[in-house]
Design a protein around this ligand. Structure first.
Ligand code: FUL
Length: 748
């Protein structure tokens, strides 16, 4: 077993060797005086010396402390909260800022209990209203009714952080849409430095300063040139241990605001990556929903591979931070109370941020009362509970070394200490075998490198001995501070871990095997039915029991236990949970089943991918949402909708309606026309409504509702919507067939 300190000499020596070929840039050496996080390279450097140099770039002490925080919280709160907007104009009236129940202890408590280690507060967003009574402008909360203008919100947040043992960070937007000096470069820089000085001197220790890249026009229409070097120098002087993030030298913006980092994430990158201009250009990219979408420079997929650093003039330790909001927006909006990210989504984000060598910065915005909303707390609590359950016990802990490593190295690898590690020395084979305490099922691999030494692992794999043979379970690239990988569950008592490629000898500090939460699945997972539907439940873990309710309440061990398939005869919200013998449980999962009031015959079936829950989905009273993939919409690819509803008997009717979903970027267009006709015998139909649609001339995303009144008596209603046809000339998919998306036909 080796430790960070005992290795210090080895590393110092290596560094001295490296330093004969490379030299330290004096300016940056000063900026990063606490670690060897910057190396300047000679232009004639050989490839192998370059790799050695890269392997020896290490985090500064403050970068290391920051990385170990793993999860940090953002709190966006200010004028925008009260104006129900994301970006203020700078003209907002401070009178509107009045959070009557504001309680920063509640923020800190919620954030601490959800496992976060730091809180970063938006002291001033782009609108310019300061959340502290700055002496350098009148545009502050002193001009608001909150606490009769005597409040200092930054002070309250800093004190609550101290009380709940959270580190404290500040967000101060350089872009200020209110301040009249903005755009008069020198004058505004002085103003900004004055504000920074207030924040860095009056509120105790500041651990992170978060600068955004936005640099828009000021109130006077001029563009400001920020004096970053002066800002950094001031921070170094007043709060030397604070990391400067995003538009700063210590912490790199991952490149998207989706919550998903790169699979291959290097903390050692060419120094050009720290170029503020490039960060600024890209930091206002559109939010991507599904993962990492690279769009250039800072947001390239590959920032630190051998290829990416090949022509670097200098290398820097510049680790990634993944910022994302728990809601669609950064500020609180009542309309988003129903779109708070689910605990499952937060867990996925955790695996894709912390588990990809990044620190997670999750935004949790308080509401207009000044409190974190219960919807966010509910999701955070379930997420934290899931993390506690999953990572409670390392299943590799009590294993026996079978080759290469010894017992004390197994202990080092499973002691939850990122500085004790498997010292591979000068070996070129980095592979070990372990016999697990017993035959075990696992589906998560956790790896950590001792980054005090550098980031070195380039490729690895995990194998399991199954049925007497070795089977590769998972292969990955970088590890860095922490890497988490999920894979289909495997059952074995023998595993082999191999580092296939590494820059110099790797220093693996943690190796863990874990099990994901049990998941309940329903077949069908949703349906619209006429008489009844038979539902089969299954669980990803054979030994866990499934409990369910049909009355909307949350199931627990006292609820009905699933034994065999059952029928549902009414519209039902089926809530399920899997509970293990030890009492730990998976997430609550819900499935919905809708009973349709009428028979419906579809003359033309929708596409299998968008069947809308079956034909009855069109009349099941469950309207499709704005999300065309929510399972409720029936999608017709190039074809028309034509259906006949049978009410069972003749009825007096007066209201009819139908909704279309238009999402032209996804090739979904409104119909050319829609026609309703009625009949008493199912043969002779009379048209009661016909409507043509204008062609869209640009991209559009909307639900198009058609409603009309017509008094009549009928048993059968025929609805026909003619597909848009081929995509128009302005569309990237021009000439291809359009989709027609329909949900909920109403007849009353
Ligand atoms: C962005 C800002 O424009 C957003 O409003 C938010 O503060 C986010 C964290 O950074 O660039």
């Amino acid at each position: 077993m080796a430790s960070c300190n005992s290795f210090f000499f080895k590393i110092t020596f290596l560094f001295m060797l490296v330093a004969t070929t490379f030299f330290i840039n004096p300016l940056l050496a000063q900026q990063h005086s606490q670690g060897r996080n910057f190396i300047s390279l000679s232009p004639n450097i050989t490839e192998s010396d370059l790799i050695k140099a890269a392997a020896n770039v290490t985090p500064s002490a403050k970068q290391l402390a920051w990385q170990r925080l793993e999860t940090t919280a953002f709190v966006h709160f200010g004028t925008n909260t009260f104006y129900n907007q994301e970006w203020g104009q700078g003209t907002e009236n401070p009178e509107r800022f009045n959070p009557t129940l504001l309680n920063t202890d509640q923020w800190a408590k919620v954030i601490k209990e959800a496992g976060f280690n730091m809180l970063i507060f938006t002291c001033k967003h782009h609108d310019g209203l300061c959340m502290w009574p700055s002496k350098f402008t009148n545009h502050t909360i002193a001009a608001s009714p909150w606490l009769n203008g005597n409040g200092d919100l930054v002070k309250q947040v800093a004190e609550s952080c101290q009380k709940y043992k959270l580190k404290f960070g500040i967000y101060l937007s350089p872009w200020d849409r209110h301040e009249s000096s903005y755009g008069n470069t020198d004058e505004y820089n002085k103003f900004f430095l004055n504000q920074l000085t207030e924040l860095l001197t009056n509120y105790g220790t500041v651990d992170e300063v978060w600068f955004d890249g936005a640099c828009g026009e000021g109130a006077n229409g001029k563009k400001q040139v920020y004096d970053w070097d002066a800002y950094y120098a001031l921070i170094h002087k007043l709060q030397p241990n604070a990391v400067i993030a995003v538009m700063g030298p210590d912490v790199r913006w991952v490149g998207t605001e989706s919550g998903y980092g790169r699979e291959t994430e290097w903390s050692v990158v060419p120094y050009a990556m720290a170029d503020q201009e490039k960060i600024a250009e890209n930091s206002q990219q559109a939010v991507s929903k599904d993962g990492f979408v690279p769009t250039g420079d800072m947001v390239n997929m590959d920032l630190g591979s051998r290829e990416a650093i090949k022509n670097a003039q200098s290398l820097i330790w510049y680790p990634s931070e993944v910022d994302v909001s728990i809601r669609p927006g950064w500020f609180w909006h009542a309309s988003e109370n129903t779109s708070v990210k689910s605990p499952e989504k937060l867990l996925d984000i955790y695996f894709s941020s912390v588990g990809r060598n990044s620190v997670l910065l999750l935004n949790i915005p308080p509401d207009t009362n000044g409190l974190i909303h219960e919807a966010d707390i509910k999701s955070l609590t379930a997420w934290k509970g899931a993390l506690n359950t999953i990572f409670k016990q390392n299943l590799a802990k009590a294993s026996t070394p079978k080759s290469v490593i010894n017992k004390s190295e197994v202990i080092a690898l499973t002691d939850n200490n990122d500085t004790t590690y498997w010292d591979t020395g000068n070996d070129t084979t980095y592979s070990f075998e372990l016999e697990l305490e017993k035959t075990t099922e696992f589906d998560i691999l956790l790896l950590q490198e001792n980054i005090c030494i550098g980031q070195r692992i380039e490729q690895f794999n995990l194998q399991a001995n199954v049925d007497g043979g070795w089977k590769t379970i998972i292969r990955g690239t970088t590890v860095g501070y922490k890497r988490l990988l999920r894979f289909p569950a495997v059952k074995t008592n023998r595993i082999r871990f191999t580092i296939e490629h590494s820059r110099l000898a790797p220093a693996l500090s943690e190796f863990g095997l874990y099990k994901q939460l049990p998941v309940v699945e329903a077949n069908p997972s949703s349906a619209s039915f006429r008489e009844k539907v038979s539902v089969t439940l299954s669980c990803s873990e054979a030994k866990a029991d499934i409990f369910y309710t049909t009355d909307g309440s949350a199931p627990n061990q006292k609820s009905r236990k699933y034994k065999k398939p059952f029928n549902l005869q009414e519209t039902t919200k089926l809530n399920c949970i899997a509970i293990r013998k030890d009492g730990t449980s998976g997430f609550l999962t819900n499935f919905s089943f809708q009973k349709a009031d009428y028979d419906l015959q579809l003359l033309n079936a929708p596409d299998g991918k968008y069947s809308g829950g079956g034909p009855f989905g069109l009349v099941d009273k469950a309207k499709g949402s704005a999300d065309f993939a929510d399972g409720r919409w029936s999608g017709f690819n190039g074809t028309d909708l034509e259906c006949i509803i049978d009410l069972g008997k003749e009825k007096e009717l007066n209201h009819f309606g139908i909704n279309f979903n238009e999402n032209t970027k996804s090739w979904i267009f409104r119909p050319q026309s829609v026609e309703f006709s009625v009949s008493t015998n199912g043969k002779d139909f009379e048209t009661i409504h016909f409507e043509n649609f204008e062609n869209p001339e640009k991209d559009s995303e909307q639900i198009i509702p058609i409603n009309f009144e017509h008094l009549c008596k009928a048993r059968y209603i025929k609805v026909k919507a003619i597909n848009f046809g081929l995509l128009p000339a302005w569309h990237p998919g021009k000439g291809e067939p359009a989709w027609l998306f329909v949900d909920e036909i109403t007849v009353e």
